[in-house]
Write a protein that binds this ligand. Structure first.
Ligand code: 2BA
Length: 106
């Protein structure tokens, strides 16, 4: 068994969760916040049998959208403080797949 941890954008979470649940997966959603943008995102936790991990990854790839975002960073200049704009592209999903040593459900 594997633990799939997927960080997805809040706008995509309903579509992704529905697709995963409809396919019979068990999903836990945790409200999280991106460290750079400080914007709400969602971390999905799924305990998945090894042979179904590929299917989960495919669902994440299909349902997560890339979006451009901007971040305003205040910087000190001799003339005073000015805001520097940083453009970033937020991915459809950031996915970690971990080995599960033991799984129990009561
Ligand atoms: P944020 O930290 O808010 O990052 C938003 C986007 O800003 C990132 O999109 C990436 O395009 C850029 N970014 C963030 N940190 C960066 C860095 N050190 N260098 C260059 N660009 C950087 P994504 O990569 O798609 O990440 C979306 C969200 O997924 C992140 O939101 C964060 O919550 C999470 N994430 C991504 N990679 C992670 C990692 N290695 N560990 C933990 N969380 C991660």
């Amino acid at each position: 068994m594997k633990m799939v941890m997927a960080i997805v954008q809040a706008e995509d979470v309903s579509t992704i969760t529905n697709a995963l649940v409809d396919a019979g997966h068990r999903v836990t959603r945790i409200a999280t916040t991106g460290g750079l943008l400080r914007r709400e995102n969602v971390t999905l936790l799924l305990g998945v049998e090894d042979e179904r991990v590929g299917e989960v990854i495919t669902t994440l790839q299909k349902s997560g959208r890339h979006r451009k975002s901007t971040l305003s960073i205040p910087t000190e200049q001799p003339s005073g403080e000015v805001a520097q704009t940083l453009h970033v592209e937020v991915g459809g999903a950031t996915v970690f797949v971990l080995d599960v040593e033991r799984f129990e459900r009561y």
